[in-house]
Design a binder for this molecule. Structure first.
Ligand code: COA
Length: 152
Protein backbone atom coordinates (compact mmCIF):
# COMPACT_ATOMS: atom_id res chain seq x y z
CA UNK A 1 0.00 0.00 0.00
CA UNK A 2 1.43 3.45 -0.87
CA UNK A 3 2.44 5.76 2.03
CA UNK A 4 -0.35 8.14 3.06
CA UNK A 5 0.20 11.66 1.71
CA UNK A 6 0.63 14.62 4.05
CA UNK A 7 -0.67 18.06 3.08
CA UNK A 8 -2.08 21.29 4.49
CA UNK A 9 -5.89 21.20 4.49
CA UNK A 10 -8.20 24.03 3.42
CA UNK A 11 -11.90 24.85 3.34
CA UNK A 12 -12.67 22.30 0.54
CA UNK A 13 -11.64 19.59 3.06
CA UNK A 14 -14.25 20.65 5.66
CA UNK A 15 -16.77 17.83 5.13
CA UNK A 16 -14.06 15.12 5.20
CA UNK A 17 -12.67 16.68 8.38
CA UNK A 18 -16.11 16.73 10.08
CA UNK A 19 -16.56 13.04 9.20
CA UNK A 20 -13.11 12.06 10.52
CA UNK A 21 -13.66 13.96 13.79
CA UNK A 22 -17.04 12.30 14.30
CA UNK A 23 -15.57 8.82 13.72
CA UNK A 24 -12.57 9.11 16.02
CA UNK A 25 -13.07 11.65 18.78
CA UNK A 26 -15.03 11.26 22.03
CA UNK A 27 -15.87 14.99 21.98
CA UNK A 28 -15.61 15.99 18.30
CA UNK A 29 -14.98 19.61 17.34
CA UNK A 30 -18.07 21.35 15.95
CA UNK A 31 -18.29 22.06 12.22
CA UNK A 32 -18.02 25.78 13.02
CA UNK A 33 -14.82 25.33 15.02
CA UNK A 34 -13.27 23.17 12.28
CA UNK A 35 -14.27 25.70 9.62
CA UNK A 36 -12.72 28.55 11.62
CA UNK A 37 -9.47 26.61 12.01
CA UNK A 38 -9.35 25.90 8.25
CA UNK A 39 -9.98 29.55 7.39
CA UNK A 40 -7.86 31.40 9.98
CA UNK A 41 -4.35 32.61 9.14
CA UNK A 42 -3.17 31.86 12.69
CA UNK A 43 -4.08 28.18 12.34
CA UNK A 44 -2.65 25.35 10.29
CA UNK A 45 -4.59 22.13 9.72
CA UNK A 46 -2.47 19.28 8.38
CA UNK A 47 -3.97 16.12 6.99
CA UNK A 48 -2.89 12.61 6.04
CA UNK A 49 -4.79 10.89 3.27
CA UNK A 50 -4.69 7.60 1.42
CA UNK A 51 -6.61 6.47 -1.64
CA UNK A 52 -9.79 6.14 0.46
CA UNK A 53 -9.59 9.71 1.79
CA UNK A 54 -8.61 11.56 4.95
CA UNK A 55 -7.22 9.28 7.69
CA UNK A 56 -5.69 11.78 10.12
CA UNK A 57 -5.33 15.44 10.94
CA UNK A 58 -3.67 17.85 13.35
CA UNK A 59 -4.60 21.44 14.23
CA UNK A 60 -1.90 23.85 15.39
CA UNK A 61 -2.38 27.51 16.31
CA UNK A 62 0.10 30.35 16.21
CA UNK A 63 0.40 32.54 19.30
CA UNK A 64 2.62 35.53 20.01
CA UNK A 65 5.61 33.45 21.19
CA UNK A 66 4.50 29.83 21.18
CA UNK A 67 2.45 27.48 19.06
CA UNK A 68 -0.19 25.13 20.46
CA UNK A 69 -1.16 21.69 19.23
CA UNK A 70 -4.94 21.89 19.58
CA UNK A 71 -5.89 18.51 18.14
CA UNK A 72 -4.36 15.40 16.61
CA UNK A 73 -6.35 12.43 15.46
CA UNK A 74 -5.85 9.25 13.47
CA UNK A 75 -8.84 7.25 12.15
CA UNK A 76 -9.47 4.37 14.59
CA UNK A 77 -8.74 1.65 11.99
CA UNK A 78 -5.33 3.21 11.18
CA UNK A 79 -3.95 3.67 14.71
CA UNK A 80 -0.72 2.01 15.85
CA UNK A 81 1.07 2.42 12.48
CA UNK A 82 3.14 5.43 13.55
CA UNK A 83 1.02 7.82 11.48
CA UNK A 84 0.51 10.28 14.35
CA UNK A 85 4.30 10.55 14.61
CA UNK A 86 4.43 11.74 10.99
CA UNK A 87 1.72 14.33 11.58
CA UNK A 88 3.39 15.55 14.76
CA UNK A 89 6.74 15.95 12.96
CA UNK A 90 4.99 18.14 10.36
CA UNK A 91 3.34 20.19 13.12
CA UNK A 92 6.74 20.74 14.76
CA UNK A 93 8.19 21.83 11.42
CA UNK A 94 5.33 24.31 10.91
CA UNK A 95 5.75 25.75 14.43
CA UNK A 96 9.49 26.22 13.74
CA UNK A 97 8.67 28.00 10.46
CA UNK A 98 6.45 30.38 12.47
CA UNK A 99 9.41 31.10 14.76
CA UNK A 100 7.63 29.70 17.83
CA UNK A 101 9.78 29.28 20.92
CA UNK A 102 7.77 26.29 22.20
CA UNK A 103 5.07 23.91 21.07
CA UNK A 104 2.50 23.53 23.85
CA UNK A 105 -0.32 21.06 24.39
CA UNK A 106 -2.80 19.73 26.94
CA UNK A 107 -3.72 16.07 27.13
CA UNK A 108 -5.96 13.91 29.31
CA UNK A 109 -3.83 12.24 31.98
CA UNK A 110 -5.33 8.85 31.00
CA UNK A 111 -4.59 9.14 27.25
CA UNK A 112 -1.63 6.71 27.23
CA UNK A 113 -1.31 6.51 23.44
CA UNK A 114 -1.12 10.30 23.07
CA UNK A 115 1.28 10.75 26.00
CA UNK A 116 3.59 8.06 24.56
CA UNK A 117 3.53 9.86 21.22
CA UNK A 118 4.40 13.23 22.80
CA UNK A 119 7.17 11.84 25.03
CA UNK A 120 8.77 10.11 22.06
CA UNK A 121 8.80 13.44 20.20
CA UNK A 122 10.65 15.04 23.13
CA UNK A 123 7.81 16.79 24.99
CA UNK A 124 8.26 17.26 28.73
CA UNK A 125 5.53 17.57 31.34
CA UNK A 126 5.24 21.10 32.78
CA UNK A 127 2.30 20.69 35.12
CA UNK A 128 -1.17 19.38 35.67
CA UNK A 129 -4.65 20.97 35.84
CA UNK A 130 -6.69 18.95 38.33
CA UNK A 131 -10.15 17.87 37.11
CA UNK A 132 -9.85 19.93 33.92
CA UNK A 133 -11.65 17.54 31.56
CA UNK A 134 -15.27 16.35 31.87
CA UNK A 135 -15.61 12.57 32.35
CA UNK A 136 -15.33 10.33 29.28
CA UNK A 137 -17.19 7.58 31.14
CA UNK A 138 -18.62 7.48 34.69
CA UNK A 139 -18.54 10.61 36.82
CA UNK A 140 -14.86 11.28 37.55
CA UNK A 141 -13.40 14.37 35.93
CA UNK A 142 -9.89 13.89 34.53
CA UNK A 143 -6.67 15.87 35.01
CA UNK A 144 -4.99 17.64 32.09
CA UNK A 145 -1.23 17.24 31.67
CA UNK A 146 0.44 20.37 30.31
CA UNK A 147 3.35 19.48 28.04
CA UNK A 148 5.81 21.49 25.97
CA UNK A 149 8.59 21.03 23.45
CA UNK A 150 11.29 23.74 23.24
CA UNK A 151 11.92 24.77 19.62
CA UNK A 152 14.31 27.69 19.90
C1 COA B 1 -3.26 9.56 20.03
C2 COA B 1 -3.30 9.10 18.59
C3 COA B 1 -3.34 10.32 17.67
C4 COA B 1 -2.07 8.24 18.27
O1 COA B 1 -2.13 7.85 16.92
P1 COA B 1 -1.29 6.60 16.32
O2 COA B 1 -1.06 6.84 14.88
O3 COA B 1 -1.95 5.34 16.71
O4 COA B 1 0.05 6.77 17.10
P2 COA B 1 1.39 5.98 16.86
O5 COA B 1 1.13 4.75 16.03
O6 COA B 1 2.39 6.97 16.39
O7 COA B 1 1.67 5.49 18.34
C5 COA B 1 1.87 6.40 19.37
C6 COA B 1 2.46 5.70 20.57
O8 COA B 1 1.41 5.26 21.44
C7 COA B 1 1.59 3.89 21.74
N1 COA B 1 0.26 3.38 21.95
C8 COA B 1 -0.69 3.15 21.02
N2 COA B 1 -1.83 2.77 21.64
C9 COA B 1 -1.57 2.76 22.97
C10 COA B 1 -2.34 2.46 24.12
N3 COA B 1 -3.63 2.12 24.01
N4 COA B 1 -1.75 2.55 25.33
C11 COA B 1 -0.45 2.93 25.43
N5 COA B 1 0.32 3.24 24.38
C12 COA B 1 -0.23 3.15 23.17
C13 COA B 1 2.32 3.33 20.58
O9 COA B 1 2.97 2.13 20.95
C14 COA B 1 3.26 4.46 20.28
O10 COA B 1 4.34 4.52 21.22
P3 COA B 1 5.78 3.89 20.90
O11 COA B 1 6.21 4.35 19.55
O12 COA B 1 6.61 4.43 22.02
O13 COA B 1 5.54 2.43 20.96
C15 COA B 1 -4.55 8.21 18.31
O14 COA B 1 -4.62 7.21 19.28
C16 COA B 1 -5.86 8.99 18.29
O15 COA B 1 -6.28 9.52 17.26
N6 COA B 1 -6.56 9.06 19.45
C17 COA B 1 -7.81 9.83 19.55
C18 COA B 1 -7.58 11.33 19.54
C19 COA B 1 -6.64 11.75 20.66
O16 COA B 1 -6.71 11.27 21.77
N7 COA B 1 -5.76 12.72 20.33
C20 COA B 1 -4.77 13.26 21.27
C21 COA B 1 -5.31 14.30 22.17
S1 COA B 1 -5.91 15.70 21.31
Amino acid sequence: MPEPRLRALGLPDLSALIELEASGQAHPWSATRLEQALAAAEYAVLGLEDAAGLIGHAVVSRQPFDAELESILIAPERRGEGLAGRLLAAVIERAREWGAERLLLEVRAGNAAAIALYRRAGFAEDGRRRGYYPPLAGTEREDALLMSLPLA
